[in-house]
Design a binder for this molecule. Structure first.
Ligand SMILES: NC(=O)c1ccc[n+]([C@@H]2O[C@H](COP(=O)([O-])OP(=O)(O)OC[C@H]3O[C@@H](n4cnc5c(N)ncnc54)[C@H](OP(=O)(O)O)[C@@H]3O)[C@@H](O)[C@H]2O)c1
Length: 246
């Protein structure tokens, strides 16, 4: 890379976000890594990053909050002066059957997963438009494509991300900015670690490759999508799910 590229990763304190951070650091990116409540994983992660020439900063903030998202992006720009890649990865689940799901259970998941993606994209887009380049990657989910019992809030948020991705791809293409979504299947992180052994075994039976994915499987696709080789790919949702959604 001629000029050191900069990436902003939301939810970098989690399983998939950490793997994305490690991969982008190996590729030489300067990183702005966001967490909301748990800074410890990011302090540990910073020590693990092998490319010591590339710089990494840690930024606290709530992606669901419009102003907080804005100040995080401003902090990253104050440190690095540019923004090449945004990975909207922060997300939560709050699973309940519709009969038990309250309005707050529904909106909390929409606010973090979908509004959070809007908030960060909105603030970063201004910078990328001025630069006339950029790459936005939104982490959706196989559940946004298939739906799932007990996950109507999560499925709605992740399906919303897919529609949002297509629209932003069309809006920003004229400024040489790509926008794609990744739809992970079941990946081994904190998000899936609460599931019982029986549930995991039942899920594996439905996955053609018969195993859960690793966070690195998602990070590898992020690395490809923000590389020059993917410059002509935009508006797509790419599944990384062992064949679960075919
Ligand atoms: N694991 C899977 O099987 C799977 C499958 C499909 C899609 N995904 C998606 O992949 C993404 C990452 O998931 P994961 O498995 O890595 O989950 P995870 O380990 O639970 O990490 C979630 C991350 O989101 C952050 N976060 C939550 N609320 C936030 C907020 N309001 N503002 C900023 N950050 C916030 C958390 O930060 P703090 O902990 O610091 O609060 C954490 O870094 C999510 O969007 C998830 O929906 C995961």
């Amino acid at each position: 890379m001629n000029q050191t590229k900069v990436a902003f990763v939301t939810g970098a304190s989690g399983g998939i976000g950490s793997a994305i951070a490690i991969k982008l650091n190996q590729l030489g990116y300067n990183l702005a890594l966001n967490y909301n409540q748990n800074i410890e994983p990011l302090i540990k992660l910073k020590d693990l990053l092998t490319n010591k020439t590339a710089k990494t900063i840690i930024i606290q903030g709530d992606v669901a909050d419009f102003e907080s998202s804005q100040s995080m992006i401003q902090e990253a720009i104050a440190s690095f002066g540019r923004m090449d890649v945004l990975v909207n990865n922060a997300g939560i689940t709050n699973d309940k059957l519709l009969l038990k799901m309250t309005g707050e259970d529904f909106s909390e998941v929409i606010r973090i997963n979908l509004n959070g993606t809007f908030n960060c994209t909105k603030h970063v887009s201004k910078i990328m438009m001025k630069q006339k380049s950029g790459c936005i990657i939104n982490i959706s989910s196989v559940i946004g494509l298939m739906g799932n019992i007990g996950q109507s809030n999560y499925a709605a948020s992740k399906a919303g991300i897919i529609g949002f991705t297509k629209s932003i791809a069309k809006e920003l293409a004229r400024k040489n900015i790509t926008c794609n979504a990744i739809a992970p299947g079941f990946i081994q992180t904190k998000m899936t670690s609460d599931m019982s052994e029986e549930v995991i075994e039942a899920i594996k039976k439905n996955i053609p490759l018969k195993r859960l994915g690793d966070p690195e499987d998602i990070a590898n696709l992020v690395a490809f999508l923000c590389s020059d080789q993917a410059a002509y790919i935009t508006g797509q949702t790419i599944s990384v799910d062992g064949g679960l959604y075919i």
